[in-house]
Design a binder for this molecule. Structure first.
Ligand SMILES: *Cc1c(COP(=O)(O)O)cnc(C)c1O
Length: 422
């Protein structure tokens, strides 16, 4: 068993004698076979192999195996975006009439997907506050609850989830815990080791790391027992595959197999081979980059905390942070490079500081090599009501800062001069 930083470089693709050292981009939608019979067997899921890129592709496969290995899962499936990863993770086991317990502090896009789009399709959601106790969390479950969803470290409010508490609540109600592990990445947080069952990522963030390729991934721990009466879609025949029963045919990988052969087949948000290749390049340096993002962010957060024009700083690595202890448990080597802070003087001064920055650019994105800033209340979360903003932990003077991998002294100097302007 290799260490995580070795896996970042070595896992997923093992070339045979004379083959390309670097994972090749297989830019082909189709695959040739010598007989119609083999093709038929592929269609019936009786044999393993590629036949159409919507269902699988060798480049994607190599990257999927690398990510599954990094998270410690039995399988992974790349998707076109983080949004489609969350869509598939939930709808793979929830249908109209089912209910999901979800943390209120999830990414704005995820909140809209759940609260609007999936609600319109008949799946019900109860959102629980980040401060929820075990009793409050347990009280959110209903007879028809089929999943629990939360982010290990929420975007952008940086709430750290007590993963064991969530896993215990989910398991005592016989449902799986789905964790969005985008911000800390598998380098800094190990959800499966604390009882999570399914992990999703927006790979568009740190995994890619360079802001070049949109993508997502669903990872299956293989640990959840689906055969408890609640998941007929996994334990009864699927007529669209001549009656295959996923738990029987695929065992521990039933969830992952169904996500691919059912939902990826029907919905089609497949990643492109080119993007998978770029993601793989990013993964090669993920461990190195996360270390630098975290050490830079720690220094910047400490600088901001001491600055007289800053009202508050939210970073789990600060001793003043309410999640300092729990972050030490779930993210012992650091959380990520994202910090949020409030500028004195409200919304107006927040905008002034942002405009005075030179090195840090104003962009929607977070979690890439370049330092950048964003004002969530007027951008990513602008659809939310004041109450929803408050529940998601966002205030009008909040700046979300994504600390890059530049020299920390240059980043600090930029914020120092910008904060002096107010
Ligand atoms: C960005 C993000 C998403 C959505 O991912 P896309 O790749 O933009 O579709 C989901 N969850 C979290 C935590 C994110 O930061």
């Amino acid at each position: 068993m290799y260490k995580l930083d070795t896996k970042c470089v070595q896992s997923g693709y093992q070339p045979k004698n004379g083959e390309a050292r670097v994972v090749p981009i297989v830019q082909s939608t189709t695959y040739k076979y010598d007989s119609a019979e083999t093709m038929g067997k592929l269609f019936d899921l009786e044999e393993d192999g590629f036949f159409y890129t919507r269902l699988g592709n060798p480049t994607l496969n190599a990257v999927e195996m690398k990510i599954a290995d990094l998270e410690g899962g039995v399988g992974a499936m790349l998707t076109a975006s983080g949004m489609s990863a969350s869509l598939i993770a939930v709808t793979n086991i929830c249908k109209a009439g089912d209910h999901v317990v979800c943390a209120a502090a999830v990414y704005g896009g995820t909140f809209n997907l759940f609260n609007k789009t999936l609600r319109d399709l008949g799946i019900d959601f109860t959102f629980v506050l980040p401060s929820a106790t075990a009793e409050e969390l347990n009280a959110a479950f209903k007879d028809n609850t089929r999943a629990v969803f939360t982010e290990s470290l929420s975007n952008p409010s940086l709430d750290v989830t007590d993963i064991e508490m969530y896993a215990n609540a989910a398991h005592s109600h016989k449902v799986p815990l789905i964790i969005d592990n985008t911000f800390p990445t598998p380098i800094n947080c190990r959800p499966f080791e604390f009882g999570a069952d399914i992990i999703v990522h927006s790979t568009s963030k740190y995994m890619d790391g360079h802001a070049v390729a949109l993508g997502g991934v669903v990872v299956d721990s293989g640990n959840f027992n689906w055969d408890n009466g609640n998941y007929p879609m996994l334990t009864t025949p699927d007529e669209t595959y001549h009656g295959v029963i996923y738990t029987k045919q695929f065992g521990k990988a039933a969830y992952m197999a169904k996500a691919r052969v059912h939902l990826m087949r029907d919905l089609g948000p497949q990643a492109s081979p080119q993007n998978a290749f770029l993601l793989d390049l990013g993964l090669d340096t993920l461990a190195l980059r996360m270390e630098r993002h975290c050490s830079n962010a720690q220094k910047v957060a400490e600088f901001l905390e001491d600055n007289k024009n800053v009202e508050w700083v939210n970073y789990p690595g600060l001793k003043s942070n309410k999640y300092y202890d729990i972050a030490k448990k779930y993210m012992p080597n650091g959380s990520c490079g994202v910090i949020s802070f409030g500028v004195k003087g409200g919304r107006e001064n927040a905008a002034k500081v942002m405009e005075a920055l030179h090195l840090a650019a104003i962009v929607i994105h977070v979690a890439d090599v370049r330092t950048c800033v964003l004002h969530p209340a007027s951008t990513t979360h602008r659809q939310l009501s004041d109450k929803q903003l408050d529940d998601a932990g966002i205030s009008p003077n909040m700046i979300r800062l994504s600390v890059g991998i530049e020299n920390s002294e240059d980043i600090i100097a930029d914020f120092k001069q910008a904060l002096e302007k107010i």
